[in-house]
Every structure is written in structure tokens, then in C-alpha cells.
Design a protein around this ligand. Structure first.
Ligand SMILES: Cc1cc2nc3c(=O)[nH]c(=O)nc-3n(C[C@H](O)[C@H](O)[C@H](O)COP(=O)(O)O)c2cc1C
Length: 188
């Protein structure tokens, strides 16, 4: 099977996840290509059975180049899609506050993927997200606007700087496996 991983990155967090997915898919013996979004012309997508689409989260949603790319997908394309995102807020797996912050600052990414898959009649095979270390400018924004409590901020800044970490990459690999299973289920 031919699989394409396309991703948008500025500071390489999403690239690390993309590379983990790439390595995992290769172990299954597939023909896997990996490209930054800037290197892709939409026509080549039709050569692939699965597109893994990766994005940094910008302004609480998929980054603009990814949104534009998704808009260009034709109706009922011959390929299926899976999505992955890195973002600098919480994963939503902690308590209510972390869940709210995740929803507010990164939760729209999955909704955008779902919306495109509905509008385009595109089979969406799964979604993965994890944290990614922020740039100093974004960290400053988080401190000023979101985590103004110093204790919360101090805890956050030390933890987020480690991501994506080995555990995130391992989970991304497991995600790639579940996407393959879902593809087989849908095409059986
Ligand atoms: C312009 C800009 C806007 C961002 N907005 C958000 C945001 O709304 N929510 C969030 O969780 N992270 C946000 N981030 C942080 C990035 O999503 C995060 O650092 C991501 O891991 C970057 O991925 P990359 O290294 O692949 O570019 C933003 C980063 C930039 C540069």
C-alpha cells in the first residue's frame, strides 16, 4: 500500500511526530513517503491509499496552510485520511481545567478534520494529538493570557518544554497502527 505523510511545521515538533509515524509504517512493509506541505501538489495525492495529514495548532485550529490544503481536496477522493496535531496547551487528559483549556486552545483541530471529511465525503481514519514545546513568543502569550497564576505557569512551562517526548512518539506509532487497522476494516 502507498501511504503519504504530509505535515506543516515551523519548529519541528510536528515533524518529530511525522517521523515517528513514518518509521512505524515502514515496519509494516508499506511504501511510505513523507513530505512537508510546501512540497506537495494536490494531484499526487491520488496515487496514495492513505494520507496522514499533520499540523501545528495555530490560533486554536489547524494551521492556515493545512486548512487551505484540505479545502483543495476534491469530493469523494480515492484516498482515506488520518490527522495529527501538536499544540502547546494541555492534552485534556488531566482535570476539568486542563480539559477546558484543551477544548478552547486546541480542540477545534479535530473538528476541522471532521468537518472536511463530512463535506468532502472523505473517510477519516483517526486523529492523534500531543503537546509540542512552544516558541518563547507563544510561551509568553500563554503566561500573559492563559496561565496567569504563577504556580500553574511554572508547572506548565517546565513540562511542555519536554514535548513531543519519547512517550508521545510511541503513542504516535500506536496511532499509526490503529489507522492501518481501521483502513483494513473499512476496505475488507
Ligand atoms: C502563530 C502560532 C499560534 C499558535 N497558537 C496555538 C494555539 O492556539 N493553541 C496551542 O495549543 N498552541 C498554539 N501554538 C503552539 C504550537 O501549536 C506548538 O508549539 C506546536 O507544537 C508547533 O509545531 P511545530 O514545531 O511543528 O511548528 C501556536 C504557535 C504559533 C507559532
Amino acid at each position: 500500500m502507498k501511504i503519504l505523510i504530509v505535515y506543516f511545521t515551523q519548529t519541528k515538533n510536528t515533524e518529530k511526530v511525522a517521523t515517528g509515524i513514518y518509521e512505524e509504517l515502514l515496519t509494516h512493509g508499506h511504501e511510505v513517503h513523507i513530505e512537508k506541505i510546501e512540497g506537495i501538489t494536490p494531484g499526487i495525492l491520488e496515487d496514495y491509499s492513505i494520507i496522514f495529514m499533520g499540523s501545528a495548532c495555530h490560533d486554536a485550529d489547524l494551521a492556515q496552510p493545512v486548512k487551505q490544503f484540505l479545502e483543495g481536496i476534491p469530493h469523494s477522493p480515492p484516498y482515506k485520511m488520518a490527522g495529527f496535531v501538536t499544540h502547546s496547551t494541555f492534552t485534556g487528559e488531566g482535570g476539568n481545567r486542563e480539559r477546558e483549556l484543551y477544548d478552547q486552545w486546541a480542540g477545534k483541530c479535530i473538528k476541522s478534520f471532521n468537518q472536511v471529511s463530512q463535506e468532502k465525503n472523505l473517510d477519516f481514519l483517526g486523529y492523534f494529538h500531543c503537546r509540542g514545546s512552544p516558541t518563547p513568543e507563544i510561551a509568553d502569550f500563554v503566561h500573559r493570557v492563559i496561565l496567569t497564576d504563577e504556580d500553574e505557569w511554572n508547572q506548565y512551562k517546565d513540562e511542555v518544554a519536554k514535548h513531543p517526548d519519547e512517550e508521545d512518539i510511541q503513542r504516535a506509532k500506536e496511532f499509526a497502527d490503529t489507522v492501518l487497522l481501521e483502513f483494513r476494516r473499512l476496505t475488507a
